[in-house]
Design a protein. Structure first.
Length: 425
């Protein structure tokens, strides 16, 4: 049984470690700098919530003793035949990369790697980083030759929160290698470990470019939907009807507009192209449009209500999207800033966050004590809990802005409130 080290036990690394540990083919070491994560995994428990199937897999791996976690990355790497790197790349404004954590992880890998080891990067990276930054760094630290004495692959993660285990086995795995030997080793590993379809590509750079291109595709198409929705508002046309009708044509796949785009991926990875020379065109324009949607939403509220000074506004959802506890680059953060600049008092409700977590973002956690004070409600993240939300309890609410175009317009209007969607008047 081969030994595998997963460097980074986050939302993607831990499910991958759990699947491999239950494949019957590998003993898995999970390396992470977070002591709480390591201690929790070593008890057979998951430090990650809302990931279906993960608890069960970790429990089985604990019973079979095929998964153990450690904070000592170098030692784990020294025992392993395969090393997979899924360490987050932090970004500043406009996608400027802070390589701090992944550079540190590569340092530990370089110190512990042995001859013949296959190193696979899954972290989304700018094109060229696997070969030029990290492969060369491992060479320098280890004294081993890339492609000969150790093997190098890039295979981007392609999963979605709340269904990662399902996606890992169902999505084709894009696999690349520094050379033919690296490619074949990585392909064989994923076939055995995930029992998934493997899609080989010709170079590390093709695989890196592919992952960013996937995110750019979604960003550009969301921006198109948002631009069309704003134009529909000008012409008093219902964009929901337009999309339904247009998408009845097999070649039309219009996305749904919304109050913004959040998360680790779509608002960030297009800048891996933009900051690498793609300074004009659809990619840059899409970023501008999608980042402007919170400002546009607030403008819609003002057009219908007037001045927002001294208004009490409730935002539903701190998360960047429904049913995921993740506030990274959430549109709520942009909405909060816009509303505060207008002089409004901002309340936030999110069933996935406690009051202290919400307060840490400089807003007031919603409570029933202020039901009668709320003037405006903005739906930002459509959690399942909001499907039965009691808008009728807000007796003084004047307007509901449906930032995801999912609410029952007639129900809202029947309560004596104005309804406004994105591209829906």
């Amino acid at each position: 049984m081969k030994n595998v080290t997963i460097v980074g036990l986050g939302k993607i690394g831990l499910p991958l470690a759990a699947i491999l540990a239950n494949s019957g083919n590998f003993h898995v070491y999970g390396a992470d700098i977070n002591k709480f994560v390591v201690e929790t995994v070593n008890k057979g428990l998951s430090p990650i919530n809302n990931e279906p199937g993960l608890d069960k897999l970790l429990g089985k791996a604990y019973q079979s003793k095929t998964l153990e976690a450690t904070t000592n990355t170098t030692e784990a790497v020294s025992k392993s035949d395969v090393v997979i790197v899924i360490v987050p790349v932090l970004t500043k404004d406009k996608g400027q990369i802070n390589y701090q954590y992944i550079d540190s992880a590569v340092e530990e890998i370089g110190k512990g790697i042995k001859k013949g080891t296959l190193v696979i990067f899954e972290t989304t990276l700018p094109t060229g980083d696997t070969r030029k930054r990290f492969g060369k760094k491992i060479e320098q630290l280890s004294g081993l030759t890339m492609g000969d004495e150790f093997y190098l692959s890039y295979s981007p993660e392609r999963v979605y929160s709340n269904r990662i285990i399902q996606d890992l086995t169902n999505y084709p795995k894009v696999v690349s290698g520094f050379n033919k030997a690296s490619l074949e080793l990585a392909s064989s590993f994923y076939k055995k470990g995930l029992n998934c379809e493997v899609l080989q590509v010709s170079s590390l750079e093709v695989a890196e470019f592919t992952k960013v291109a996937e995110c750019v595709y979604r960003d550009v198409n969301i921006a198109l939907a948002n631009e069309l929705a704003m134009f529909a508002d000008q012409l008093d046309v219902n964009i929901k009807e337009v999309i339904k009708a247009a998408n009845s044509e097999p070649l039309s796949h219009l996305h749904s507009p919304g109050v913004g785009v959040g998360g680790h991926c779509i608002p960030v990875y297009p800048y891996f192209f933009i900051n690498n020379g793609l300074v004009e065109g659809l990619v840059t324009e899409a970023r501008k449009i999608n980042d402007s949607m919170a400002k546009y939403a607030v403008k819609l509220v003002e057009e219908n209500i007037g001045s927002l000074k001294h208004s009490n506004i409730l935002i539903l959802g701190l998360s960047f999207r429904g049913n995921v506890k993740e506030p990274t680059k959430s549109s709520t953060l942009l909405l909060m800033d816009e509303l505060k600049q207008k002089g409004a008092t901002v309340y936030v409700d999110d069933p996935l966050f406690n009051s202290d977590e919400i307060s840490s973002y400089g807003v007031i956690p919603f409570s029933k004590d202020v039901l009668n004070d709320i003037d405006i409600i903005i739906l930002q993240a459509f959690h399942d809990e909001y499907k039965e939300f009691k808008f009728s309890n807000f007796v003084n609410c004047k307007l509901v802005l449906d930032g995801r175009n999912v609410l029952d317009e007639n129900y809202i209007k029947s309560l004596g409130m104005m309804y406004k969607g994105i591209g829906v008047r």
